[in-house]
Structure formats: structure tokens, C-alpha cells
Design a protein around this ligand. Sequence first.
Ligand code: UFG
Length: 338
Amino acid sequence: MNILLTGGAGFIGSHTCVELCEAGHHPIIVDNYVNSCEESILRVEKITGRKIPHYQADVSDAQAMDRIFFENEIDCVVHFAGLKAVGESVEQPLRYYRNNLDTTLTLCEVMKKHGVRKIVFSSSATVYGNQPVVPYREDMPSVGCTNPYGWTKFMIEKILEGVQHANPEWSVVLLRYFNPIGAHESGLIGEDPAGIPNNLMPFIAKVAVGELKKLSVFGNDYPTPDGTGVRDYIHVVDLAKGHVKACDYAMEHPGCEIINLGTGHGYSVLDIVNTFQRVNHVEIPYEIAPRRPGDIAENYADPTKALKLLGWQAEKNLEDMCRDTYRFQTRNPKGYRG
Ligand code: UFG
């Protein structure tokens, strides 16, 4: 299959590109490199030994997208493109709504024009909101998002549901990711956030190599086993394989499905710190800091629907995630720009 990856140069997009190649598909990338760079695609080419057609364009640029669809016989789209920093979305809501919604609307219009009706969307567990019970199941009604980034994911799910409802021959798969971390085991591709990372694992990785002094653990008074926040961390390669399965599913099944991609296991912040130190033989200095506004105590996925519908489940463990993250960080101390 020819599969267009919007935002395919990013962290999850680049790993998905590798797995699609391994499965015999032909990925094509469109990316504006606002939060990524072409180097990640060159690294994917190195890993796979394949040339990956790629275009520098904004997904909200209808003309550019039209040309891409005209030049390639696209069977399915995986839509990763979007702004994704929670804190930034609170400060710049209009930019987030404009960018994330515009890109999706343009993409759907161009798909419609070219008769492409299969789409897999990069959604997030954030759309569940702060649920009173765990694990999170796809049929739980959302209790509302806590920031504009989350609302864009929520709204895009609704847009795609609406498009599928109006055009029943469409296949829409909404993948709700939990917390993707780790890196490809080659050490060639991984997460390369600009500036000081907001998320736990990239922050730990930079502390590990001495680029940042110490980790602040945001709260140790949550109602969790050790008091620190619990999340469902998933290896990005497992996540990428979930996308391959989702594309296969979309080709065969018209309809709209929401599917969690998580492991079903929750780990605390201190579990991550301790495992990282142990497997990598490196010290992570940390201090307990106040809770971060908007954080919840605990979430993890019920991953049974992914197994049932896609035949997919996560295979890598927390040790793999910590080891692979550290390998990418030490081999690329300045990320892709080094
Ligand atoms: N944490 C720290 N110190 C840090 C960073 C994070 O203690 O420097 C803690 C947080 O308080 C939380 C855990 O580590 O308990 C995980 O935090 P992340 O920022 O890595 O991830 P979140 O669970 O807050 O958010 C992630 C994604 C979002 C997505 C959300 C979905 O980053 O994009 O999961 O649930 F919306």
C-alpha cells in the first residue's frame, strides 16, 4: 500500500515509517518541519535501505496537498501532523486550534477530492479527560479536556467521525496513544524535542547526559503506591507497529473505530527513574517539586480492543524503553542537528 504520513518526520511518524517499510508498504511523507527535520527521514532511509518520497509542505496548503495526491496513488493516510505541547497550547490557543483543525479539514477535503477514504488519526488519551476510574476504555464518555491541545484532538475525532458518518464507505481509525517513549534500537531515530523538554522521559534523558542538572518530580502526594504520578508508557516501536495494523484494518473495514494504544500497565515517575538508572548504569539526580497544574494521579489503558480488532499488543517492556531512549540520547547528544 502507498501510505501518506502527514507529520511523518516527527517522533512517532518516523518510527511508523520504518515499520511500514518493514511490512512491505510504501510510505510517503509530508511535513513542514516546524517541529522536526529532514534528517530523521534520511535516518529512516538508512535503517530501511529504502528511498522515502518526502515533501516539505504544510498540510493546510490545499494546493501543495493536491499535488501530492495527484503525484502519488495514495491508498491510506496516517495523520500525525499537528502541534502537541500542552503548556504552549494554553498560552497560544488560537494557534493550536487554527493549525490542528485547519490541517485536518484541508486533508479531508483533498482526500475526498481524490477518492482516498482510509485514514488513521494520531489521537491521544488526553481526550478521556480526568476519569474517576482506571483503566481507560474506548467506550467511556469523555469528561472534557483540560487544555486546548487536548480539545483539538477531541474535535478532530469528532470531525473524522462526522465525515465517516456522512460517507459510510470511509474507514476512520482513531488511535488514542498513552505515553510514547523509547527510540528505535538502531539509535538512529528517537525523540528530539526543541528546547527544554516538557515530558518526563526526554527530560530524564537530558539529565542522564548532564545537559540538565536534575529532574523535578511533580508531586509525591498522589493516591498512588509511591505518591508519584502513574502513566501507561509505551515503546514507540510498539506504537508504530500498531499503526501498521491500523492501516491494514482500515483497508478492510469501512466504519469508525476508536482504539487505545497502551500497554495496560501503569508505572510511576519513580519507577521510570529507578529503571532508567538501573539499566543504563547512570545517576538521575531528582528533587520532589509541587504538583504540575492539570496533572492527574493515574491513567492507563485497557488495551483489549486493540488486540481484538487489530491483533496488536505491546511487546516491549520498561527496560527496553529506558535502554533505547538512553542509546539515542548518547549517540545524538544534540539531537538530529548535532
Ligand atoms: N513529570 C515529572 N517531571 C517532569 C515531567 C513530567 O514529574 O519534568 C511527571 C508528570 O507529573 C506525570 C508524568 O511525569 O506524572 C508524565 O508526564 P508527561 O509530561 O511525560 O506526560 P503526560 O502524561 O502529562 O502527558 C502525555 C502527553 C500528552 C498527552 C497525555 C495523554 O505528553 O501529549 O499524555 O494522557 F496528552
